[in-house]
Write a new protein. Sequence first.
Length: 218
Amino acid sequence: ILNNHTTYGEWCGGPDRNGLWFDPSSNLFTAAQWEEDWVLLAGRYSRCPQVVGFDLRNEVRFCPWPLRYPSVDGSFGSHDWVAAAGACAERLVERCPDRLIVVERIIWPMRSLHDYAADPGPLLPKFRQKLVLGVHHYSWNGPGRYLAFGHKMQQGMARVARDLLRAAGIFSSENYGDMSSERMHEELSSQWAYLLQEDRCPVWVSEFGTGSEAGYDL
């Protein structure tokens, strides 16, 4: 599966210029160019059976400079990720009708897949049998406006600051690393597992946490 991971060749992490599928400060890395690049790649691998799908963009999130936000509906001047993914998918399906289209959800804040799998909606039923929704889960992230690595802030002033920020509602009350197995099952069921139970749309956990240090596993 081909994956558009970053715009710039650098570490992909928190708020940075790789947050959106284009760079709002650049005349080169535009949304239109992002689409054209995907069409080029689809053509290049159209006869390669080992390439089974296209993951349109990794971990969409806000861009801090200039400040731009993605959304699922383009409200309040934000950039509509679902509409952009749908427009790109339409061109890719035309070029490669037998390939899967992977659309990852916005990573921060992390919400349910409800709007992505709405039927009728911007992606379904148009891309039924082709659409796969992508999710990433690590112990350090979580639902909503999670505080990255908040589950590791267990001592001293770090814990005090974390608890104050969470209590004020600036960040979500828990990360996945804070959850019990039962609580995580409940949370993931409400976010996306119900789509599998209802046979509405495949979901691919394309990244999940593991590591040698305690507290970094999921």
